[in-house]
Design a protein around this ligand. Structure first.
Ligand code: ZN
Length: 429
């Protein structure tokens, strides 16, 4: 169900010509706002954000490249990747030799249109399949690029879902890629689905959650600049959502800290999911964790992906609707939902009967754990939670030390609290 919802939204958003600014981003937010309440913010062109300046707004209406035989070589209407992102407007006739510096292709992936942009240097150009570029005939070509580059604004959006505490966990996706399915859009649709998942709890959760939709780099920078103090004061952890819809194995890029509770949680959830996965230490470059985890902010931000960016068809027309599946999106949603469940249950506890083990059958603890595998593992979970809960360790730390399933420990701890054997004694650091 979640996978189908996400794939449907992804199909709807796919054709919009998104960029770091412009109408495609606003259209995207209008569509998303039919599913979740979105607070949209416009940052005017020219606004200084730390070391960066918000660029002019770019809008593309049409772009065509017509060959000497009068046939279309590239048409923005057929595929928006044909137009170099942020191309300035041009109209005229060019010989093939004059045109060549404005034509881009990728010989490594000759059958796909590459995705290229030029946000901060004024250029114009067309992106072509390399095979097509190689076969262009000499002659005069007609270029028509109908775009505007003018003062306007950068558009970003967020949805805040308050919990019992004002400590925040954020999920951030980027909304600046045009028709690309796995890179960028899979993160957008997962963000929407996770937001719906949290909203459905009606505030019954510990942390407050913030779902961010920002253009990559400049958007994250503008967001952090605008909300610097709150972000520093309130953020507990965050995740950058991208590359989540292909059927590849899971990859978790750890936080810059490397041993944050979030890292322990995701590692444990992945390990006990039985799904193939790989853990990767924090590295640069990457996506918006570069900004969130810059030393001034130093936020704990991880990224749980399927195929890591840089995959074979990355930044090309090969990353299309057929590259992602509803099944893979649904599987990713389930993994994130488990991470949220674990985050929500990851507290320190104190054993209220610390002198020797309690007499478990007195508390009816042999029958209550229906969801867990067998009596032996239930008892093992109970004994470990009781033993290690001396107020110093979180459940994630207990799970790490004992190699037990954190989601089961979270369930066990809730029951032990209900039975009066355990009390919650503190939040994780
Ligand atoms: Zn990208």
């Amino acid at each position: 169900m979640h996978g189908d919802n996400m794939y449907k939204l992804l199909r709807e958003l796919f054709p919009f010509c998104r960029s770091i600014t412009g109408g495609g981003v606003r259209e995207t937010f209008k569509t998303i706002a039919r599913q979740i309440p979105l607070e949209v913010t416009e940052i005017p062109s020219g606004t200084e954000c730390f070391d960066w300046t918000v660029p002019p707004e770019w809008n593309a209406r049409a772009a065509t490249l017509t060959g000497p035989d009068g046939k279309l070589v590239a048409d923005f209407a057929a595929n928006n990747l044909h137009l170099l992102g942020y191309s300035e407007p041009v109209e005229g006739e060019f010989t093939l030799e004059e045109l060549r510096p404005h034509l881009y292709s990728d010989p490594r992936r000759p059958d796909h249109i590459p995705y290229l942009t030029s946000y901060y240097k004024r250029r114009w150009g067309f992106c072509l399949r390399h095979r097509q570029l190689e076969n262009l005939k000499a002659g005069v070509y007609k270029v028509k690029i109908d775009t505007t580059l003018a003062p306007g604004s950068l558009t970003m959006a967020e949805c805040f879902v308050p919990g019992r505490t004002d400590k925040e966990i954020f999920f951030s996706c980027y909304t600046c890629h045009p028709s690309m399915a796995n890179d960028s859009l899979s993160g957008v649709v997962l963000n929407v689905e996770l937001c719906k998942h949290l909203l459905a709890r009606g505030g019954d959760h510990h942390y407050s959650y913030r779902f961010l939709f920002v253009p990559e780099t400049i958007g994250a920078i503008a967001y952090l600049h605008r909300n610097q103090q709150r972000v520093l004061d309130k953020t507990y952890a965050g995740m950058v959502l991208t590359c989540l819809g292909d059927p590849g194995d899971f990859h978790y890029k750890k936080t810059r800290q490397g041993d944050h509770q979030l890292d322990k949680i995701v590692e444990n959830v992945l390990k006990h999911s039985g799904k193939p996965h790989e853990l990767i230490d924090f590295f640069l470059p990457g996506s918006d964790e570069r900004q969130y985890s810059s030393p001034g902010f130093d936020l704990a931000v991880g990224s749980l992906m399927r195929s890591v960016y840089g995959f074979e068809l990355y930044h090309s027309s090969g990353d299309g609707l057929e590259f992602v599946t509803a099944d893979a999106l649904g599987g990713t949603f389930a993994m994130y939902a488990d991470v949220i469940t674990a985050l929500e249950g990851n507290f320190r506890h104190r054993n209220l009967k610390p002198f020797c083990e309690p007499f478990l059958s007195k508390y009816g603890l042999y029958q209550t754990l229906g969801a867990q595998r067998d009596l032996d593992s239930q008892i093992k979970n109970i004994l470990n939670v009781l033993n290690y809960s001396d107020g110093t360790r979180t459940l994630a730390e207990i799970a790490e030390r004992t190699k037990l399933n954190l989601l089961e420990l979270v369930e066990v701890a809730k029951i032990l609290v209900d039975k009066g054997l355990l009390e919650r004694s503190g939040e994780p650091d």
